[in-house]
Design a protein around this ligand. Structure first.
Ligand code: GAP
Length: 447
């Protein structure tokens, strides 16, 4: 993990948040390369969900959430972790993360009894602070998908099975944030709520587990590093009938990358009006607050049906860490040297190609390089960088380390014969390519 953290800081992927004021625990900032990689991960997910499935629609809902939503979702009463205090050193821990009930700081067993600690962040709304003018920062993106169910059904004429996808921030007041960006207090989720006919939920659940494994593998996270964890009944979230967690071999241990849950009709059933007229399977809290019926009318029987929900829910930050971990390698070179390579899949690379002038002060070479960069940038395939440091060797090393799939060097011959040298990150092989063909060449290598 230390090597990854060091690379992230050195090359501008991730910084400790608020670092110049001593940091803010459990928060990280994504730097120039980090934001590109993160956006590429999110775009790959969005594409695979919304663009590749005509029955999945997108949503970008608000983070600030009406407390009634989180009352009826069950989060106000159940979204907590067991917390203990160490009486000897006054540190605070999540009870279920302590081995042998020992304080992780001083080793003492003189701990308080565990008590529930609600993980939701509350914030006041409007200019006057009062007990009843507050909102929550959403603890998962899912709830606003459920509250928008009727809006989306009505506006897009959807019928089951169909899904609603959302990517966005979620906030949890984790008792012990740790392991870099693995467990933080502000993070992003990529969540799909897939609505199906009751009875078709179990087969659909299995198929989403398969689809999600395939997607991670397409991002470079090999299925051999992921194990499926059948969450036992006593660990299931309050809304779940069955959850399969994708457990990845993170640098600090095997932990959850994504959870795929069968949420039954719990959520729509919890947020709907007229619960008594609907044959709900889940045990829900009475709702006299909602003004919408969250159900679909069966066209033949005219009966209102509350769909079941299958939810693949992945963390962007955990995905980022897994992808970085898979791509990172240190290679031995001839002559006892080493190079660090980030062998990212090209569609995820923060920089798609670097154009490097051989001489940084030769205006003809720099101008030609700049023209090539502009031409490639117009392809709209991601960031193309003009790397005018004047040191080809250093340029190659830097771009190996940040995962740039190809470097294009413009030299004196380029001015004569309109060709450039293209170097491949992984094989380090070089070939001469005509400038006329460079766009087609780059598209072929990157897409
Ligand atoms: N809507 C379901 C849900 O939120 P979850 O298992 O609590 O389920 C889903 O969270 C995913 O969100 C996790 O698999 C993980 O990738 C990510 N996640 C959860 N808590 C996190 C945290 N504190 N820091 C980073 N990622 C987190």
């Amino acid at each position: 993990m230390e090597e990854l953290v060091a690379l992230c800081k050195r090359r501008g992927f991730i910084f400790q948040s608020n670092e110049i004021y001593g940091g803010l625990q459990g928060s990280y900032d994504y730097g120039p390369l980090g934001v590109e990689l993160k956006n590429n991960i999110k775009n790959a997910w969005w594409s695979s969900m919304v663009y590749e499935n005509d029955n999945i629609e997108g949503l970008d809902a608000s983070i600030l959430t009406n407390p009634l939503v989180l009352k009826h979702s069950g989060h106000e009463s159940t979204f907590s972790d067991p917390m203990v205090d160490c009486r000897d050193c006054n540190s605070r821990w999540r009870a279920d993360q302590l081995a042998d009930s020992k304080c992780l700081s001083c080793g003492s067993t003189n701990l308080t009894d565990p008590r529930p600690f609600n993980l939701m962040f509350k914030t006041s709304i409007g200019p006057i602070e009062s007990d009843d003018s507050y909102a929550y920062l959403r603890p998962e993106t899912a709830q606003q998908i459920f509250t928008n169910f009727k809006n989306i059904v009505d506006s897009s004429a959807k019928t089951i099975p169909f899904g609603i996808a959302q990517i966005g921030k979620a906030f949890r007041n984790e008792i012990t944030p740790r392991n870099f960006i693995f467990r933080v207090r502000e993070f992003e989720q990529m969540e799909l709520e897939y609505f199906v006919k009751p009875g078709e939920d179990e087969v659909c659940h299995d198929s989403w587990v398969e689809k999600r494994l395939k997607w991670w593998s397409e991002q470079g996270v090999s299925s051999s590093k992921i194990t499926l964890y059948e969450v036992p009944d006593d660990e299931l979230a309050h809304y779940s009938k069955r959850t399969v967690d994708l457990m990845y071999e993170f640098p600090h241990g095997v932990e959850e990358l994504e959870g795929i849950a069968n949420r039954t009709d719990f959520d729509l059933g919890s947020h709907t009006k007229g619960q008594e007229e609907l044959d709900l399977v889940a045990n829900v809290m009475e709702n006299n607050d909602s003004n919408a019926r969250l159900a679909i009318q069966d066209l033949e029987s005219k009966k209102w049906v509350v769909p079941f929900v299958i939810e693949p829910s992945a963390g962007v930050d955990r995905g980022f860490l897994a992808i970085l971990n898979e791509a990172y390698r240190v290679e031995k070179l001839e002559g006892g040297k080493e190079r660090v390579v980030l062998a990212l899949k090209p569609h995820l690379s923060p920089i798609k190609a670097a154009v490097i002038p051989l001489k940084k002060n030769n205006s003809d070479i720099v101008n030609l390089s700049s023209n090539i960069k502009n031409k490639l940038q117009k392809l709209n395939i991601g960031r193309i960088m003009l790397e005018n440091t004047g040191n080809i060797g250093k340029g190659y090393r830097r771009h190996d380390e940040i995962g740039t799939p190809i470097c294009i060097t413009v030299d004196f011959d380029s001015l004569e014969d309109s060709t450039v040298t293209v170097r491949n990150r992984d094989s380090m092989e070089q070939e001469r390519v005509s400038i006329e063909d460079i766009e087609a060449y780059v598209i072929k290598k990157i897409m």
